[in-house]
Ligand binder design. Structure first.
Ligand code: RAM
Length: 910
């Protein structure tokens, strides 16, 4: 009897488990792209979730959301701030909160359940949260900007500043938050400990217009007697910026603004804020600078300065700083942090006698060094991306950036040093002043960048291409340090708009870059000129340079990419005025002729040049580029206007773009489809941006193909390169696209790989075939722009392609392109809806294709070189499958599939 009962329970449990697992579940709740964010200042945040199910063809039919101040209320359905009720909708991303306004400093809980297309209701999700920051600017009035006495005009880096403040707490703390920002870069401590792993707060924005504050949960860090300690370094605010040796671009005085909000268990509250009673001192950091490095003198250490029992009798009283608080905004994307630690793969002495550690990878960040010496010893750390032809340390390409850290020892004990207010772009570290041999253990490379969830994975049967993919990923990590920089090592490291624009799609395959670009675009709009021109770098610190086709168009293309990848309509709405300003600028310049001429442009930057007198290089006329982008941007703007409901505008921009196209045809195209600049880039622009009458498209396509066949290599620069393989594939010339991709000689993507590159180079030939360097002036080994080929690798070889009609991969294409001798490739992408997998191999003439389509999405699957009769899907003949929609089209078979995992096999007809 007992055992029968047991059996019955086992049966029931199994039944429930099986039943529960086949139920659609709601997971991965995010608010404004973040899991449980704190300190956000968006009044109507957008909520997104994912559905999971082990069944095929699952989509959402309706959802229901509840929001409350506590989990208890949520469960009890009491005091709800918002109860959406059952909403018939398939929207599972960016559902806007529509409840009561939420005041500052409040945490809310939310949960969601869904009805799927099989009529099943899911359980309520695990509750998730968001917490508001400063929703009302008045809140900042309780704190004052504090600073060190006026230092006058800054011409060199001054010692970093240390601030401290003691306070007691009598009651039991329930919750404590810090809201902090600074002029300069801060490092925040509470009772001797770092408050967070984030570094380089408050990040880099167009400070005078948008200064971010960060929110930290410090509940667990408090005691009865407490001390706040803050270090301030020059950072982007007061350090060197740009190659013209500018310093203190944003201001001469550093400053700190701090508020701590304490909620006690008895319901009372207290604020600790920056005010005239805080104290400051200089300390061990003698100077610090992003380009030049840091000098740290251990003799000047302020031992215990951030602890409560510290005697600050020698410290000075702070001054109050009269600076606006009107520009304060909540943090949009996470601040940078140490993402990876690397150990040297080698420690050696160069022919010149330099002691060098090799990390094996070009990274951005710092090192952690364990060292022992004698009092007064200075340890010097220098950083380089490459060694020269003879194997010596090479820094000429850093230009005026000194990239050198100094550590001055005060006794014989072992110290561990990690620079505070600088970062370097390097693979090699040259150490001087060591008394003992350096072991690999003594040094760690710290790779620092903005945290970005890895969303993409690409691999294939060619190891060089896999290394190229790794180089693209590293190039992205290294240059996504709070702003998208052109390069991370020389006296530049700026948010070049053109580079960002061409790389944005690839970036969004590799990592989740939604909040990263959202923040940057706000600065782009903030720094845009009244006449509509966009500074060439954002945030703008070289204000003399503005405009340029393909660079300024980041204003439209980057938000458009965000829309395609994340379905983000708000970004289109918020950036719309800024987009319009740029298109209107071009329209004004072009006037009635619709031809935009003789303005300032970078052109097809760093395109192929040669020393041959019969072919000096591929120069594409700048006006041709400018008018192509004028057409493309106005065309996109028309689509964007219609997406955000501005239909009248949409018609206006469509008309403009058609006029620009007609003017382009008259000015730049011969009746036979030849372009006045007979270059790959010119044809790529004309074909990608729909610049030609339909009759001339095949002719232009032929010219392009002929040019590639003639040279057998690319001739493109920053403008043409990102379009090259896409267009070749789209005109049916995969063979040429693959030929260019797997080419190993200069110029090509793999040439740097064969030269040992671990990141993407600025030029096709930063290192010449004989091993010598290109001119040192502009020779970065870590420029992501040419890494834009990543998009083609994911979307053509991997086959995962977005569809802007159905953004965020709601409906997408899986269409692998085979070539280049590849026998397998695998693309993976985590989208807002879930994971897409596209993994193929050709084994013994059979094409094996494994795919995954997230719930609430569907895909058009294009099987290359297939015949319907040969195709098996999940081991069943496709032909006999009445429930699937499929057809033969040319040499391909097309199947429309709903969500789920599938295995497809067929005889590959080469
Ligand atoms: C260089 C930058 C950048 C490029 C501009 C035109 O200095 O490194 O990559 O966009 O010039």
């Amino acid at each position: 009897m007992i055992s029968k009962l047991r059996l019955f329970f086992v049966f029931i449990t199994c039944f429930i488990a099986v039943h529960a697992s086949s139920q659609t579940k709601v997971t991965d709740l995010v608010c404004e792209y973040m899991h449980n964010p704190i300190g956000i200042d968006i009044e109507k945040p957008r909520l997104s979730w994912k559905l999971i199910s082990d069944k095929h063809n699952i989509s959402q039919k309706a959802y229901e959301i509840k929001v409350a101040y506590s989990e208890k209320d949520l469960k009890a359905n009491k005091n709800l701030l918002w109860h959406s009720g059952k909403v018939e909708s398939s929207a599972s991303i960016h559902v806007q909160y529509q409840g009561q306004p939420i005041p500052s400093f409040k945490k809310v809980y939310w949960t969601v359940r869904v009805w799927d297309n099989k009529g099943k209701l899911s359980s309520w999700s695990e509750p998730s949260t968001w917490e508001t920051g400063v929703m009302d600017d008045e809140q900042w009035n309780r704190a004052s900007w504090i600073s060190v006495h006026d230092e006058g005009k800054i011409t060199t880096s001054l010692p970093s500043q240390y601030y401290r403040y003691d306070f007691n707490i009598e009651k039991k703390v329930k919750q404590a938050r810090v809201y902090i920002t600074s002029l300069g870069t801060y490092k925040l401590f509470l009772n001797g400990s770092k408050v967070s792993d984030y570094i380089f707060g408050p990040g880099w924005t167009s400070y005078h217009k948008r200064l971010q504050y960060q929110t930290y949960d410090v509940t667990e860090m408090l005691d009865k007697d407490n001390a706040v300690g803050v270090m301030l370094g020059d950072g982007w605010y007061r350090g060197r910026m740009g190659w013209q040796n500018d310093r203190a671009y944003y201001g001469d005085r550093l400053g700190l603004l701090f508020m701590m909000h304490l909620r006690f268990s008895d319901g009372s509250e207290k604020w600790i804020t920056s005010n005239k009673d805080w104290k400051w001192s200089y300390g061990p950091i003698i100077w610090s600078d992003h380009y030049d490095g840091e000098c740290y003198d251990l003799n000047k250490e302020l031992t215990g300065w951030n602890l409560a029992d510290y005697n600050d009798g020698e410290w000075h009283k702070v001054e109050l700083l009269d600076v606006t608080k009107d520009n304060l905004v909540a943090n949009v994307n996470e601040l940078p942090k140490i993402i990876k630690e690397l150990k040297p793969i080698d420690v050696f002495t160069s022919p010149k006698g330099e002691l060098i550690a090799d990390l094996g990878q070009n990274i951005v960040g710092n090192i952690r060094l364990k060292v022992k010496g004698l009092p007064g010893d200075t340890i010097i750390m220098k950083y380089a991306e490459v060694l020269d032809n003879d194997g010596n340390f090479y820094t000429a390409n850093l230009r005026s950036a000194k990239a050198t850290d100094y550590l001055i020892l005060n006794d014989e004990s072992e110290v561990v040093y990690e620079p505070n207010f600088t970062f370097h772009g390097f693979r090699y570290v040259h150490l001087q002043g060591l008394r003992n041999p350096l072991s690999k253990d003594d040094l760690t490379g710290l790779a620092i960048h903005s945290p970005m969830r890895e969303t993409g994975h690409f691999e294939c049967s060619d190891s060089l291409l896999n290394r190229l993919q790794k180089n693209i990923e590293w190039g992205q990590r290294d240059n996504f340090l709070d702003v998208p920089t052109d390069c991370p090592q020389r006296d530049e490291r700026l948010g070049w708009t053109g580079d960002a624009q061409v790389f944005s799609m690839t970036a969004a395959y590799n990592f989740d870059v939604a909040t990263f670009y959202t923040k940057w675009l706000k600065d782009l709009a903030a720094d845009q000129l009244v006449d509509g021109r966009v500074p060439v770098v954002i945030p703008d610190v070289v204000s003399k340079l503005k405009g340029s086709a393909a660079w300024a168009d980041a204003v439209i293309i980057v938000p458009w990419t965000m829309y395609r990848v994340y379905g983000d309509i708000r970004i289109l709405e918020e950036q719309y005025d800024s987009m319009v300003k740029w298109v209107e600028y071009m329209a004004r310049k072009a006037g009635k002729s619709y031809l935009w001429k003789n303005d300032f442009h970078w052109g097809d930057w760093l395109a192929f040049t040669s020393t041959r007198s019969d072919y000096p290089g591929a120069t594409t006329e700048k006006d041709l580029i400018a008018n192509s982008y004028f057409r493309y941007s106005s065309m996109l703007l028309s689509k964007i206007a219609s997406i955000i409901g501005k239909h009248e505008d949409s018609r206006k921009w469509a008309e403009l773009s058609e006029n620009v196209k007609s003017a382009f045809i008259k000015e730049f195209v011969t009746p036979n489809g030849r372009l006045v600049s007979h270059t790959q880039t010119a044809y790529l622009l004309a074909l990608s941006f729909d610049m030609l009458p339909d009759t001339l498209k095949p002719k232009a396509a032929n010219y392009l193909a002929q040019d590639v066949e003639k040279f057998k290599h690319l001739t493109t620069g920053f403008v043409g390169t990102p379009l090259l393989c896409n267009v070749l594939s789209d005109i049916g010339r995969d063979d040429l696209a693959f030929m260019l991709l797997i080419r190993k000689e200069y110029p090509s993507w793999l040439y740097p790989v064969t030269k040992g590159a671990t990141t993407i180079w600025e030029r096709w030939n930063c290192i010449l075939p004989d091993g010598s360097f290109h001119l040192m002036g502009m020779n970065s080994f870590n420029h992501y722009a040419y890494g834009a080929i990543g998009e083609w690798m994911y979307s053509y070889i991997g086959g995962i392609k977005s569809n802007s009609e159905y953004p965020a991969y709601k409906y997408f294409t899986l269409s692998p392109h085979v070539g280049g001798g590849l026998t397998y490739a695998k693309g993976e992408l985590i989208t807002m809806y879930g994971k897409i997998l596209s993994s193929w191999n050709i084994t013994n003439g059979i094409f094996n294709y494994e795919i995954e389509i997230p719930c609430n999405t569907s895909a058009k699957v294009v099987l290359p070189n297939a015949q319907v009769a040969d195709v098996l899907i999940d081991n069943k003949a496709l032909e006999n499958n009445k429930s699937l929609d499929f057809k033969a089209e040319g040499k391909n078979v097309i199947i429309e599939l709903g969500s789920g995992k599938y295995k497809i096999q067929y005889k590959y007809n080469n």
